[in-house]
Design a protein around this ligand. Sequence first.
Ligand code: 5AD
Ligand code: SF4
Length: 455
Amino acid sequence: MTKRLYIKTYGCQMNVYDSARMTELMAPIGYVPTPTAAGADLVILNTCHIREKAAEKVYSELGAIRRLKQAKEKSGERMVVAVAGCVAQAEGAEIMARAPIVDIVFGPQAYHRLPEMVARATRAGGGVLDTSFPAEPKFDYLPERADSAAVSAFLTIQEGCDKFCTFCVVPYTRGAEFSRPAAEILAEARRLVAAGAREITLLGQNVNAYHGAALPGREGPGGEWGLGRLIRALADMPGVARIRYTTSHPRDVDDELVAAHRDVAALMPFLHLPVQSGSDRVLAAMNRRHSTDDYRRTVARLREARPDLALSSDFIVGFPGESDSDFQATIALVREVGFAQAFSFKYSPRPGTPAAADGRQVPDMVKDERLAELQALLRQQQREFNRASVGRLLPVLFEKPGRHPGQLVGRSPHLQSVHANAADTCIGAIMPVRIDSAEGNSLAGTIAADGAGAA
Ligand code: 5AD
Ligand code: SF4
């Protein structure tokens, strides 16, 4: 008998990956994905704890799900409700106290035990809590990937973080840094390619801290591979057309990774490299372990290796103690480096992190003003970057149908979304597209007849 599974995913791409794996995990026991929570037998909220707003969204969603669960119960059926991810890890049993409709709470390191937890919750009707960091790595217990994959697929290679930036919950919710062995990653990549993936985005909270066991027989000194070595091995795999990785830390950009940007054509010239602030004082208080000069030098090394590299970053405004001149240093750094795209946030105190206890919190109004100023500049840079693409021929990997009939959407090497009229058979193909216009976040173009000029 089939059962309906609804998963709602919040937050980062790691959660998107985890949700896909949970879907695969539940398939053999009869759960098929459904697009809405109404009528579902199992509802999973895969949550994010990075900022207060993200965490609060979960509770408002649970309010709506409560009504759906009650409606289903009236017709004599059960709806099992689970909260997964980082809110689950951070708040644990508190979630069940605040939202009694929740049957299961489990953290990011426990989801391979989902079938067992669902069975227990269904049998007992009581709450099931698993926020442990089990000794057995969950990847060993996950089934092999399903037989159809997105054109652009995510692959988690590393989890957790040992950096302990003073604003961040990740080291607490995702735990200590852990890298998967290279052999396991390459096997998963091979299956993704066989299932139709052309682009692979390697994921990790601190992805360039990657140091997994080397491929047997190809060990170098130390027996481990870094990210640069892993990227080279992946690029050698037939069918892998494009490689990306995210999110990286400026401290962990080593020479091998820079060299990969120089030598590996499949490694796309776009890098999300968060700097967070342009003030050395603030970076020190954030425990970022890099200065603005370190960042400048790293960007220079990367651009020397790959001159067309475009950058993206995360920024936090209103970190405790951030003065006007600290903030202006951020504005100056943005002007100097130039970003193709970026995310910026108001500092949000997270329970249990050192910065939350700092007495020098910045008033919300000041944060609002700074965020508006920074975002205006970042938007302007993004617009300029996109406008510079107009008239150029870009190789676009088409991923899915667009909003209008006959239209497809794909990505340029710089991760810009590109719309063009093309047949559905072009999904999964890289085609040369002449860019006609740039609007907001996306580009529109026409497939070039002769294909000349695009690689
Ligand atoms: N407040 C605001 N932004 C945060 N981020 C992480 N923690 C916080 C916080 N407490 C941002 C950082 C990080 C991104 C994923 O979220 O910029 O790079
Ligand atoms: Fe959080 Fe990234 Fe800092 Fe790790 S490196 S603590 S994930 S912001």
